[in-house]
Design a protein around this ligand. Structure first.
Ligand code: ADP
Ligand code: ADP
Length: 223
């Protein structure tokens, strides 16, 4: 089935129209890359689907429910662009705190935190402070944090931005693991090379519109 089915999505910030009638489908269980230059509207698209911003017009479904439905949001994970967690907390504390916010009961939260830190390859550094981590390690804690509620779909906004090449490899591995676990992964990126390596399906966005979409192979070999 489809994890996301957008029939028509528009978002205006004042007079400026950031999304100009987007139509988009995302298959369940795939890694979907939304590619486009800075300012294209990629973040606004995610924020609209999660109703972090209020869309001007939004017709469609997320996980089979009307977009904005509260029950759906409980099944969603999100790593915002430029996510920043406190430097004085350890990776473990950050993930445990997020589990608490997601209302995961204490004992289960501790267990799941351990598992998630393992999943993102941060077990060895879990009790060091965020302030001592590289950008890539911080992002991996962010990925663990996005999984605390065992989401069916995970939205990652520029997850490798500012991360060095070895860190990017680690993040790609985590994304693959998410897909292996049966989750749908929605990744925003302004880097073609990145999307090529991560995504099964791609849509290209420019100035608030989807200008192309298809499988990664179709889009990268045909052009
Ligand atoms: P991006 O990197 O996705 O373009 P930015 O880092 O530029 O986003 O934006 C940071 C924050 O400022 C976001 O919450 C975004 O919604 C907001 N923002 C971006 N552009 C504008 C703008 N022209 N006017 C007001 N807020 C903006
Ligand atoms: P992308 O994620 O592709 O970089 P964004 O969704 O962040 O694009 O931004 C799309 C456009 O909307 C940009 O021109 C940006 O400046 C503008 N924008 C984003 N957030 C706001 C905001 N809160 N207020 C006004 N304009 C915004």
């Amino acid at each position: 089935g489809l994890a996301i089915e957008i029939k028509r999505l528009r978002k205006r910030y004042g007079r400026f129209e950031a999304l100009k009638g987007v139509e988009l489908s995302v298959r369940e269980g795939c890694v979907f890359g939304l590619l486009g230059p800075n300012g294209a509207g990629k973040s606004t698209l995610i924020k609209s689907l999660l109703t972090i911003v209020r869309p001007t017009e939004c017709r469609g479904r997320l996980l089979g429910e009307r977009i904005g439905h509260r029950r759906t949001l409980a099944k969603v994970g999100y790593l915002p662009e430029h996510a920043r967690f406190p430097d004085y907390l350890t990776g473990r504390q950050i993930v445990e705190y997020s589990a608490g916010l997601a209302k995961v009961p204490g004992k289960l939260a501790r267990q799941r935190t351990g598992e998630l830190l393992e999943t993102v390859g941060m077990s060895d550094w879990a009790d060091r402070k965020n302030g001592t981590y590289s950008k890539g390690m911080r992002q991996r804690v962010g990925l663990a944090q996005a999984l605390v509620n065992d989401p069916a779909i995970v939205f990652l906004d520029e997850p490798t931005d500012g991360v060095d090449p070895p860190g990017r490899v680690e993040i790609r591995k985590v994304i693959e693991r998410m897909r292996d676990e049966g989750r749908t992964v929605f990744v925003n990126s302004h880097l073609l090379g990145e999307v090529e390596q991560i995504a099964d399906e791609v849509a290209i966005m420019a100035a608030g519109r989807i200008v192309k979409s298809g499988t990664t192979d179709e889009l990268t070999h045909r052009a």
